[in-house]
Design a binder for this molecule. Structure first.
Ligand code: EPZ
Length: 418
């Protein structure tokens, strides 16, 4: 398994480019199954999760060509409606094929997704929504067996709390359903708005984009479409924090500042300033890092996917800060690894207390999940001496060549194979 070796203390300088958003591409890939013909996604990053999803679409029968930041998906000859355990167990977002398969083929067998390092990750809201739309759902031998012989029917669905995945899945089932579907308490994440854009380009009829109530009028059929994937707000946020923690004059380019407001507000409270020019953010870092408390909540509040990275920044604050994780209360495995680097963090009942220290010191640490590994990279950039991060396949799931991008702006980070 590959590792990163990072020599800390190198300031960063110049411009760092943000790639397309992993969490936008995954639902778009599933949505392409809804129409016969070839859809083309551009600005697609090269990530393990997208390779797994491409493999799953091929198992279902689609032709997928994925290279040079472009993905072409031809779903004309889809014949299989099964998402097997060996793929779903590697990548939870495989559950996204449930909606399109039910919508187009009226049957789907999707392995029941297990948990992961950040929590149990249930899918009960996805299944509740499809049952309300007339699907018969059975769980047998670890598989979700879903069927709607007469097709999905429009329904009124209200989620008890925001779920990005359930909103996306029900959306993709509703666009071919008979009648009107209303989704209440829908997720407001930019990746959902982007999915609505793509589905409308395919011919879907959806009202309420960027609001918490989506109304979908089912149509008989959809056609393939092309779209340029939005910038990855989590990658962009990770690089902004890299600039702040190394106190470097870094410009984060090709991002959408509108998607990063919650992070920028918290970083300004910590003492940072920003110069925003269209799709670029120039980071003016705080000399002294002020402690700031955060609570993770659905968009537009502070995103859980930037919680670990922000914790690394607070590890060097001039005082005590608190992080409350309301989305995944167990999402704190990175705290113990940061403590190996001389941080002073304790976790209790879904809240981390971070007592800032003067400096971090390099050591061997282990990546446990995607965003935790990004937090450890940020720590390595400033820790005194050498930091070795093992199991970095986690980071390759969601960051396209992060070591190259950081090396290009002055970081001393190398990938050690094997
Ligand atoms: C998406 O996961 C993202 N993944 C996650 O990013 C992100 O952390 C999460 O949204 C929250 O923003 C992708 O987009 C592929 P949810 P998702 O359904 O859809 C509970 C990353 O690092 N819940 O919004 O699975 C759930 O357990 C990943 O890129 C149910 O209880 O998240 C969680 O507590 C990690 N029942 C909360 O809702 C359900 O049926 C929000 O989950 C569904 C969810």
């Amino acid at each position: 398994m590959d590792s990163f070796i990072i020599e800390g203390g190198h300031p960063l300088k110049g411009e760092i480019k943000v790639s397309g958003a992993k969490n936008a591409v995954l639902p778009l890939m599933a949505a392409a199954l809804l129409a016969p013909g070839k859809s083309v996604l551009s600005n697609v990053p090269k990530l393990i999760d997208l390779k797994i999803m491409a493999h799953l679409l091929r198992v279902i029968g689609a032709r997928v060509d994925y290279e040079n930041e472009q993905m072409a998906i031809d779903a004309t000859t889809c014949t299989c409606y099964e998402a097997p355990y060996e793929l779903v167990s590697q990548m939870r977002a495989s559950i996204y094929v449930l909606g399109p398969l039910l919508g187009r083929y009226r049957k789907a067998i999707v392995s029941f997704p297990g948990g992961c390092a950040i929590g149990s990750r249930p899918v009960d809201l996805h299944l509740m929504g499809f049952e309300k739309m007339g699907a018969k759902i059975e769980i047998e031998h670890g598989d979700i067996i879903a069927e709607c012989k007469d097709g999905l029917k429009g329904a009124e669905i209200e989620f008890p709390f925001v779920s990005v995945g359930a909103t996306a899945n029900i959306l993709m089932g509703a666009v071919l359903a008979e009648g009107i579907t209303t989704i209440k308490n829908a997720a407001l994440e930019p990746e959902i708005s982007h999915l609505v854009d793509f589905l409308c380009l395919m011919g879907a009829k959806i009202e309420g984009k960027d609001t918490s109530t989506l109304t979908i009028e089912g149509v008989k059929e959809l056609k393939p479409a092309n779209i340029r994937v939005i910038a990855d707000r989590i990658e962009a946020g990770t690089f902004i924090i890299a600039a702040a923690i190394t106190k470097s004059p870094l410009k984060v380019v090709n991002c959408n500042p509108e998607h990063l407001k919650a992070l920028m507000i918290k970083l300004e409270q910590a003492g940072c300033h920003f110069r925003v020019e269209d799709n670029d953010i120039f980071v003016l870092s705080a000399e002294e890092i002020k402690p700031v408390d955060i609570v993770t909540e659905p968009f537009p509040s502070f995103p859980t996917d930037l919680q670990a990275q922000f914790m690394t920044y607070m590890a060097l604050a001039n005082g005590c800060s608190h992080i409350t994780e309301t989305i995944y209360p167990d999402r704190f495995l990175h705290a113990a690894e940061l403590n190996r680097l001389n941080a002073n963090i304790s976790v209790k009942n879904g809240t981390a207390t971070i007592n800032g220290v003067q400096s971090l010191s390099g050591a061997e640490v282990m990546a446990t999940d995607l965003r935790a590994s990004a937090a450890l990279v940020l720590a390595g950039l400033v820790a005194k001496g050498q930091t070795k991060i093992s199991r970095i396949y986690h980071i390759d799931r969601g960051y396209d060549k992060i070591e190259e991008k950081l090396s290009n702006v002055g970081a001393n980070i190398k990938r050690v194979l094997g």
